[in-house]
Write a protein of this length. Structure first.
Length: 363
């Protein structure tokens, strides 16, 4: 009995030590958080750009038609920047500022400071007219609220390039720049790592809650139980951007049943399937396929884009790094085979060997 208790205590201690190392040693899901940043910023930029001409009708003084529904989504300050319908000039200025912020978030310029401002303005805009949003708004603001504490600019960003230059200059990361001692900068790095990892954990937990809650609600419905639930949304005009595609999908009863049950089971068991590598691959591929179908067949691209970006948090950095290396290798081969001032032997016209294309370092 004593041996069993000691073994259990030792295993629990080892698991706790591993969890602490996971949180403290390095920043996790840095590629996934970068993809969330680019998807959220890029998606918002496209959304704002496509509604630029109709901004006054949707959120300005001409949006009085939505006044009976205007409760600003129940949000108070500071999410009231667009509440009540702004006049033409203030609305245009605020709208352009939001467009610029979305672009800056996409490219990752000072992401730690720009992202919270962008989040406040984005929620303020959409909640001022509830008919301009959908369920993607909830996913957007909840995930981005957590990830404001993460290192969104750690990969594929202008921030990453700036940090690489600072690392080459100082030899160690210096988030405080020229200010602060070496100890203060090291403490800032450690604090940033803790905040980043806890933000990733909270965002990942939120995604799991979304999937499980959605799966449970589906399982309670009679249409989901008899395997016909997918059929009915595809008969509604606003969920049929491609009528021929919707008809093609629902004309096969077996396909409708399989897709209906697949949606329920992949969401219900998503958290459990993350525990093993091969089931994790199936889970992530399954939800990505499901949301791709929603985006294309039901015409909900922004909803699918935002949740698919969140799914990338479950893909390990080593997987993204391997894919990135292969893409860089492939691009290098393409560049070397492009027509240019080279000789038949692969050298330049003056006979000197061709230089390899420079590789951009990834911090």
């Amino acid at each position: 009995m004593t041996t069993t208790i000691a073994s259990a205590h030792r295993q629990a201690s080892d698991r706790l030590d591993a969890a602490l190392r996971w949180v403290c040693d390095d920043r996790r899901a840095t590629y996934g958080t970068a993809l969330v940043r680019m998807a959220f910023g890029g998606g918002a930029f496209v959304f704002l750009l496509t509604h630029l001409q109709n901004r006054e009708y949707l959120w300005g003084e001409a949006a009085r038609w939505a006044a009976p529904l205007d409760s600003n989504g129940g949000f108070g300050a500071p999410f009231t920047l667009f509440a009540g319908g702004l006049a033409s000039v203030p609305l245009t200025v605020a709208y352009v500022v939001l467009l610029v912020l979305a672009a800056l978030v996409t490219v990752g310029w000072r992401a730690r400071w720009v992202t919270p401002v962008f989040l406040v303005m984005w929620v303020s805009l959409l909640e001022s007219n509830p008919l301009t949003g959908d369920q993607s708004d909830n996913i957007f603001r909840i995930l981005l609220l957590y990830l404001c504490f993460a290192d969104l600019g750690g990969r594929w960003s202008l921030d990453a390039r700036r940090r690489a230059r600072e690392l080459a200059r100082y030899g160690v990361p210096r988030p405080l720049g020229r200010f602060g001692s070496a100890r203060a900068n090291a403490a800032a790095v450690q604090l940033g790592t803790l905040l980043h990892n806890f933000a990733v954990i909270m965002a990942a937990a939120q995604i799991c809650l979304i999937y499980v809650a959605s799966g449970l609600y589906k399982a309670q419905g009679a249409r989901w139980q008899d395997g016909t639930a997918i059929y009915y949304p595809l008969q509604l005009s606003h969920y049929r951007p491609w009528p021929w595609l919707a008809d093609l999908l629902v004309q096969n009863p077996l396909m409708v049943t399989l897709v209906t049950y697949f949606s329920v089971f992949i969401q219900l068991f998503f958290p459990l399937m993350l525990l093993q590598r091969w089931t994790r691959i199936v889970a992530i591929a399954g939800v990505l396929a499901m949301h791709t179908g929603i985006a294309v067949a039901m015409g909900l691209p922004f909803f699918s884009l935002f949740i698919m970006a969140g799914d990338c948090l479950f893909v390990r950095d080593r997987t993204f790094a391997a894919v990135e290396r292969r893409v860089r290798t492939w691009l290098g081969r393409v560049v070397r085979h492009l027509p240019g001032p080279r000789g038949h032997d692969g050298g330049t016209r003056d006979g000197t060997p061709a230089r390899e294309p420079e590789q951009v370092p990834v911090p």
